[in-house]
Design a protein. Structure first.
Length: 188
């Protein structure tokens, strides 16, 4: 059993923000693989489905980014999900726009959503990082809460669709070689 978490902030106001690229990604995966929404969930928006015969839960935490770990911890405790079977999709200002990187563990690099997760469940989970660029003349806090510009949105949607296309490789036990997956994802 796997858990895919898309980081973001709840509410229409934040829907197209750079910080919500995790939510955007899981929305595409839910649609592509026809996941079912679980009703009235105390953890946030939760979807359930199967890919490559693996049961997968998808979570869009109900808490704001800085408290993401709270919802995740409750869900993994409830469903008894192993931390090594958790994948978190999030924005990364240290990567160029649309660049995708995958890693296991590591620091938060100042990302408050990751800090919250690390504090509540530890660091040994897979991270799917999507580059949103670094702001040039404004604060990081303001930048991540702005909507993507039209031309940026096109690049981000391309990257999100690549992740959805290769998602089964992330959960398929025969495809645990992240370097092979990275080659597939970075080959535009």
């Amino acid at each position: 059993m796997y858990l895919l978490v898309g980081l973001g902030n709840p509410g229409q106001k934040y829907k197209k923000n750079r910080h919500n690229v995790g939510y955007m990604t899981v929305d595409v995966i839910v649609k592509k693989f026809s996941f079912n929404k679980k009703n009235k969930n105390k953890f946030g928006e939760v979807f359930e489905g199967k890919i490559s015969n693996e049961k997968i839960f998808i979570l869009k935490p109900k808490d704001f980014m800085n408290l993401s770990g709270v919802s995740i911890k409750k869900l993994i405790d409830f469903y008894k999900i192993n931390i090594k079977k958790i994948l978190v999709v999030h924005d990364d200002i240290d990567l160029p726009l649309g660049k995708i990187k995958i890693k296991i563990g590591g620091g938060s690099a100042g990302h408050n959503g990751l800090k919250s997760i690390d504090e509540t469940i530890g660091k040994n989970y897979k991270r799917i990082r999507i580059g949103i660029d670094r702001p040039k003349n404004k604060s990081v806090n303001k930048f991540v809460l702005e909507d993507f510009k039209k031309e940026e949105e096109k690049e981000i949607l391309f990257s999100i669709n690549r992740i959805a296309s290769f998602f089964e490789y992330l959960i398929n036990p025969d495809s645990n070689d992240i370097s092979i997956l990275m080659n597939k994802l970075s080959d535009k």
